[in-house]
Write a protein that binds this ligand. Structure first.
Ligand code: ASP
Length: 327
């Protein structure tokens, strides 16, 4: 059987992961292993405030992680949502896929499973993330203490006290328009290996300051992630509620299945999002990779990019995402 040219597609924050994934694919590795590895690298990076360790917390100061992985050969998939106190949710998602007859575990069940498969608890909050949370929700102006002091403070803060003392109900404080760009974000990886198999992985800490227990599109198969060797792999970043409502990732796949070109399929999915009438700060980005190695990015806002790297390239390159108004 003729081998295929390996290729990796990623969201803009996936440069280090995409490079490592390509190295693995060049050595004959599987697409599924490549996307998991790539996600782990982003999850471990404290400088990425939208994924894994260092992700910005929810409105209570707790980091809750969402991730999913999908195998295009078999359509097997695994996901975790609202994972608290453990790192590398993508690896746990893969274990859900491979070791359980389930697709998605949430919250305390996901944590129980993490312990059962031998993962050690690991606080995902960095000093910086806690400081930003505290500046926003707790004190507005007290001199920040040491990192230990911050963490201890965060531990001691009981949930209702933080917000009720300030007279704000939880729902009003969460999901406000993001004042800084890194309060949103997710990492997407799509890969095709030399055997022509496709895989996709998505990982996020969700939207910063989210309501506790809020789950976005990233761990929802069909919303933020979908992969099928026959048609392609698709993943999303942006306001997850939009991709859940429009089943965005699966929609792109179905539009491809129906015979549309990749460009037409992406536009159609953007039109589905536009129909939801998102507000100004709610955007949606899509990346897609077909079995033939064609790739594209789409966006509801101008000026967004994605990364791609084929086995012939020395490094990932940026490509523009096509906005809905481009024709
Ligand atoms: N899609 C992610 C979520 O809704 C966040 C993002 O990509 O900005 O949780």
């Amino acid at each position: 059987m003729a081998t295929k040219m390996p290729i990796v597609v990623a969201s803009e924050n996936g440069r280090a992961g995409a490079t490592a994934a390509m190295e693995l694919l060049r050595q004959g590795g599987a697409a599924l292993d490549a996307v998991e590895l790539a996600c782990r690298i982003t999850e471990d990076d404290p400088a990425d405030h939208s994924v894994g360790y260092g992700g910005l917390p929810n409105v209570l100061g707790e980091v809750e992680l969402d991730a999913s992985i999908m195998d295009g050969r078999t359509l097997r998939s695994g996901a975790v949502a609202g994972l608290h106190g453990y790192g590398n949710p993508i690896t746990l998602a893969r274990k859900v896929m491979e070791e359980l007859p389930h697709v998605l575990l949430v919250g305390s069940g996901a944590q129980r499973f993490a312990a059962e498969v031998g993962k050690s608890p690991a606080d995902q909050r960095t000093e910086e993330a806690l400081l930003r949370w505290r500046e926003r929700f707790v004190d507005h102006g007290l001199t920040p203490g040491s990192s230990e002091h911050l963490i201890e403070m965060a531990r001691q803060l009981t949930r209702p006290v933080v917000l009720q003392d300030r007279g704000a109900p939880l729902a009003a404080s969460s999901l406000e328009p993001a004042p800084r760009d890194d309060t949103q974000g997710t990492v997407n990886f799509l890969a095709r290996d030399q055997f022509g198999d496709l895989a996709s992985a998505v990982s996020t800490s969700g939207i910063a300051w989210k309501y506790p227990g809020r789950v976005g599109d990233s761990p929802i198969i069909g919303a933020g992630n979908y992969c099928d060797n026959r048609y392609g792999a698709v993943a999303c970043t942006g306001m997850g509620e939009l991709a859940i409502r429009a089943s965005t990732a699966r929609s792109v796949i179905l539009y491809l299945k129906g015979g549309m070109s990749l460009r037409e399929a992406g536009f159609e999915a953007l039109r589905d999002i536009a129909y939801l009438q998102p507000s100004a700060h709610q955007y949606m980005n899509i990346v897609a990779l077909t079995p033939t190695g064609e790739h594209a990015g789409f966006t509801t806002v101008a000026g967004r990019s994605y990364l791609y790297m084929s086995a012939e390239m020395d490094a990932p390159e940026l490509a523009a995402r096509t906005p809905l108004d481009a024709k």
